[in-house]
Design a protein around this ligand. Structure first.
Ligand SMILES: Cc1cc2nc3c(=O)[nH]c(=O)nc-3n(C[C@H](O)[C@H](O)[C@H](O)COP(=O)(O)OP(=O)(O)OC[C@H]3O[C@@H](n4cnc5c(N)ncnc54)[C@H](O)[C@@H]3O)c2cc1C
Length: 427
C-alpha cells in the first residue's frame, strides 16, 4: 500500500473519535514524513463517548473539555491537523480526493474511514412529530448529551426505550440523580441480544431494587403529544394484548446504532452492515482502510464477519489500520472486550458468546461479584465478569489462548483459576 502514495498529499482520516484519533496519531508515529489530516464533522475536539451515559450526564457542572481525549496541543505536537466541523460529503476514489460539504476538495495519498455509527431512530407514522419534540432524545454524541442534560433533573419522569447497555446505564444514572426512570424493552428480557437469561435476570432485579420501572416484552405503540409539541405520554402494548399509557417528561431512544457507511457505499466500497474489511482493516480499495464501529470485520475463532461496537475494538483496529497504511502487517487478532458500569457494578466482558453450548456461573450473583463463562466444545468462548477484574483478566487470557477448560473447575470457588493455565485438558 505504501509504495504508491502521492508524495504531496496527506493521509486523510475521516471521523475524529476513538478510532480516528488513534489512527491519526499512530500514523504520525509510524511515518512522521507524511502529513495527516483528521476530519471530523462534530464541532468540538475529539472526546470520550462512554462517560456520556455514565458520570458526565449527571453532573451539571461537567464541561465538554472534561471529555476531550487530548488537548489541542497534542495533535499539533504530533503533526496531526485536526479539522472539526468538517463533514466529508463525497469520496472520489479515481482522483484520490474527498469533497467536503462546503465544496472544498482535499486530495489524499491514502484514506482511512473511521466514520463510526449513529443512533437508530424510531420510524413509523409519528416519526416527524417525534423528531420535532423538544423532549425526545437519543444519546450518541456530546451534542445529544448537552441537549438532554437540562431535562435530566430530579423528579423528571424519564422513559427509556431500549434495555441494552446504554439504556440500562442511563436508567442507573437516572435513579441515582433522582429521576423516575422507566425502561421499555421489546424483548422478553433486558440485554437479550448480548447476555444469557441469568445475567439479564440479575440486572433486572438490580434495577428494580434501585427503583427503575422495567417493562419487558413491551412495544411502544405510539406517543401522546401536548399542545406545545412535547411528548407527554408513551402508549405501549405487549404480546398478550395488554395496553398501557405511561405519562412522561423526557424520552430517550436507546435502540442501537447503524453504521455510518453511506460515504463508503457511494464510493463503491463493499459494505454489508458495515464497511467490509479484512483482519488488516483493508477495504477493497488498496488506498483505503477502515476501522471502528463503521466496519464489519472478521473475528478470530468465529466464522464470517461482525460489527463490534466498543472502544477497545476501535483502538485495536485503528492501530492495525495505521500499520497497514504504513506497509506493516499487524492483523487484528485480539479478542473483543467491552465494559459497562451500572451502580456499583463494573461489568467487563470478553469474547463473543455466540455459538456457546455451555454456560456456567462462578460465584454468587447475590453477592454482586461473579463471572459468567460461556464454553463451546470444552473451550472458553467468552466471559462476563461482574466486579471480578482478576477473573476478567484471566478469562481474557483463556479465551485468547483457546485453552480447554473443565466447567466444573470454573464453578469451584475453592479452585484458584490461575491453575487453569497449567491444568490443560488434552484437546
Ligand atoms: C453513551 C455511550 C456509552 C458508551 N459506553 C461504552 C463503554 O462503556 N465501553 C465501550 O467499549 N464502548 C462504549 N460505547 C461505544 C463506543 O463509544 C464506540 O464503540 C466508539 O465510540 C466507536 O468509535 P469510532 O471512532 O469507531 O466511532 P464514533 O465514536 O461513532 O465516531 C465516528 C465519528 O465520525 C464522524 N463522522 C461520521 N461521518 C462523517 C463524515 N462524513 N465526515 C466527517 N466526520 C464524520 C462522526 O460524527 C463521529 O464523530 C458507548 C457509546 C455511547 C454512545
Amino acid at each position: 500500500m505504501r509504495a504508491s502514495t502521492t508524495a504531496a498529499a496527506p493521509r486523510i482520516v475521516i471521523g475524529a473519535s476513538h478510532a480516528g484519533v488513534e489512527l491519526a496519531l499512530r500514523l504520525r508515529q509510524l511515518d512522521p514524513d507524511v502529513p495527516v489530516l483528521l476530519l471530523g464533522d462534530e464541532p468540538v475536539l475529539p472526546y470520550q463517548r462512554p462517560p456520556l451515559s455514565k458520570s458526565w450526564l449527571g453532573d451539571p457542572a461537567a464541561t465538554p473539555e472534561a471529555l476531550f481525549m487530548r488537548p489541542a496541543e497534542t495533535y499539533a505536537q504530533a503533526g496531526v491537523t485536526v479539522r472539526s466541523g468538517a463533514r466529508v460529503a463525497r469520496i472520489e476514489r479515481d482522483a484520490r480526493q474527498v469533497v467536503l460539504s462546503t465544496g472544498e476538495v482535499l486530495p489524499y495519498s491514502q484514506l482511512a474511514l473511521a466514520t463510526g455509527a449513529r443512533a437508530r431512530r424510531l420510524g413509523g407514522p409519528q416519526a416527524e412529530a417525534m423528531e420535532r419534540a423538544p423532549n425526545l432524545h437519543c444519546l450518541r454524541t456530546l451534542a445529544d448529551a448537552e441537549r438532554l442534560r437540562p431535562q435530566f433533573v430530579a423528579g423528571a419522569r424519564l422513559t427509556i426505550v431500549g434495555g441494552g447497555y446504554i439504556g440500562l446505564e442511563l436508567a442507573a444514572l437516572a435513579v441515582q440523580c433522582g429521576l423516575r426512570p422507566t425502561v421499555i424493552e421489546a424483548q422478553p428480557r433486558v440485554l437479550a441480544r448480548v447476555a444469557p437469561p441469568a445475567l439479564s435476570a440479575f440486572y433486572e432485579s438490580v434495577h428494580r431494587d434501585a427503583g427503575v420501572k422495567l417493562l419487558t416484552g413491551v412495544q411502544v405503540d405510539s406517543f401522546g403529544f401536548s399542545a406545545d409539541g412535547r411528548i407527554d405520554a408513551v402508549f405501549w402494548r405487549d404480546a398478550a394484548g395488554h395496553e398501557g399509557r405511561l405519562p412522561t417528561d423526557v424520552v430517550v431512544i436507546g435502540v442501537g446504532v447503524l453504521p455510518e457507511i453511506e460515504l463508503a457505499l457511494a464510493a463503491g466500497l463493499v459494505c454489508d452492515d458495515g464497511i467490509v474489511v479484512d483482519a488488516c482493516c483493508r477495504t477493497a480499495d488498496p488506498f483505503i482502510v477502515a476501522a471502528g464501529d463503521c466496519t464489519s470485520r472478521p473475528v478470530p475463532g468465529h466464522e464470517g464477519r461482525m460489527r463490534i461496537e466498543s472502544v477497545p475494538n476501535a483502538l485495536e483496529q485503528a492501530r492495525t489500520a495505521a500499520a497497514t497504511l504504513c506497509g506493516q502487517h499487524q492483523p487484528c487478532l485480539g479478542v473483543p472486550w467491552f465494559w459497562s458500569n451500572q451502580y456499583d457494578l463494573k461489568l467487563q466482558m470478553v469474547g463473543i458468546s455466540r455459538g456457546h453450548d455451555t454456560v456456567v456461573v462462578r460465584g454468587d450473583m447475590q453477592s454482586r461479584a461473579f463471572t459468567v463463562f460461556y464454553l463451546r466444545q470444552g473451550r472458553l468462548l467468552a466471559a462476563d465478569a461482574v466486579n471480578r477484574p482478576a477473573e476478567f483478566m484471566l478469562a481474557r487470557k483463556l479465551v485468547t489462548d483457546e485453552t480447554p477448560v473443565d466447567p466444573d473447575l470454573l464453578t469451584d470457588t475453592a479452585f484458584d483459576l490461575k491453575g487453569l493455565t497449567m491444568n490443560r485438558i488434552p484437546g
